[in-house]
Design a protein around this ligand. Structure first.
Ligand code: HMG
Ligand code: MG
Length: 306
């Protein structure tokens, strides 16, 4: 089995994790979450989204969150921007990386960003140009790359087609997203292999929601297909407001536990992330969705009590 000895974990909890929370979360909590995650060693933290507050009210405080977080040297603070309005907000907020987000199915594109795939690419064009002109990193997300809640199956060719269009816009990184967490490993292998025929594997990321409990297996399949960037959300927070029933991203603690257990370097302090996962879950009034996080927290509490 040939797998990388080092991976990049993009922590998406403050954005993908919190965007689906019904109750508005105080800015203080969001700021503390981003700061603690950056301190735990993530080189990339997806901090917030500059999207329409009518569509995602939870992200309406994006400018304030960005203004108040501490900037750790070397950390990339990413934000989502679906249009120029979002880009202007992101630029004013001094974001390091702009994430444009398209979809591999027409139905999901309409529900999530209210336009067709072709229209979304046209809308991303000026965003991409402006991001490059400002010297910012540009990432392109491909939603429902492994299954769509409205259309059902998605052909790998549709994913490759969007990846090519995002490549033409100058994206530095490409997120292959299982928005509703339905994929299984052999399917992931097929899609990752198809995408990496046109995109450098070093620039492709796996973004797995864990709805059906397949995310770690899908990450292993991706590792074997040469992928070395993965998105994860502390405590498994999250879901997409425009994909009903979609639950959180794979829990960061689970991913770190697996990577470290396999001798794969992440640069992230798992112990610190376990504490953050317990803290944010407590704040949200629920148990963490991370199995590894809960097990490690229990072990730690038992040790402290002994
Ligand atoms: P629209 O309604 O077609 O656009 O939405 P519009 O231009 O008519 O704007 C509607 C209103 O929003 C207007 O306000 C605009 O000014 C305002 P009004 O004039 O009615 O008062 N507006 C904005 N405000 C702030 N920032 C902006 C912005 N743009 C417009 N950037 C639009 C189109 C794209 C704006 C909308 O559909 C939208 O914001 N969608 C975002 C949906 C979203 O955030 N989804 C979750 C993130 S994607 C995700 O989770 C998937 C991912 O994790 C990967 C995966 O798992 O698949 C990345
Ligand atoms: Mg997502």
């Amino acid at each position: 089995m040939s797998i990388p000895d080092k991976v990049k974990i993009v922590e998406v909890g403050p954005r993908d994790g919190l965007q689906n929370e019904k109750q508005l979360i105080p800015v203080d909590v969001k700021v503390e979450l981003v700061n603690r995650l950056a301190r735990a060693g993530f080189v990339n933290v997806e901090a917030t989204s500059f999207v329409s507050p009518k569509w995602v009210p939870q992200m309406s405080d994006a400018a304030e969150v960005m203004a108040r977080i501490e900037r750790r040297p070397g950390t990339i603070y990413s934000v989502l921007a679906p249009n120029m309005r979002g880009f202007d907000g992101a630029l004013a907020a001094n974001a390091d990386e702009i994430v444009i987000f398209g979809a591999a199915s027409e139905a999901f594109s309409q529900r999530n960003i209210n336009c067709s795939i072709a229209e979304s690419i046209a809308r991303f064009e000026p965003v991409a140009e402006a991001a490059k002109a400002a010297g910012l990193r540009l990432r392109g997300a491909i939603s429902v790359a492994l299954g769509c809640p409205y259309q059902g199956e998605v052909e790998p060719a549709a994913v490759v087609d969007v990846a090519r269009r995002l490549q033409a816009l100058g994206c530095d990184e490409f997120d292959v997203a299982d928005t509703i967490g339905v994929a299984t490993p052999l399917q992931v292998d097929r899609v990752m292999k198809a995408v990496t025929e046109v995109i450098d594997p070093a620039r492709v990321a796996g973004h797995f929601h864990d709805t059906y409990g397949q995310a770690l297996a899908n990450i292993l399949a991706s590792l074997q297909a040469g992928i070395s960037i993965f998105h994860a959300s502390v405590a498994g927070l999250g879901g997409c407001p425009y994909a009903k029933g979609a639950t959180g991203n794979v829990a960061t603690e689970d991913v770190l536990y697996m990577m470290h257990g396999m001798g794969i370097e992440t640069g992230v302090d798992l112990d610190a992330v376990v504490d953050i996962g317990q803290w944010i879950s407590g704040h949200l009034g629920r148990k963490s969705a991370s199995l590894a996080g809960n097990a490690l927290a229990t072990r730690k509490a038992a040790k402290a009590a002994a």
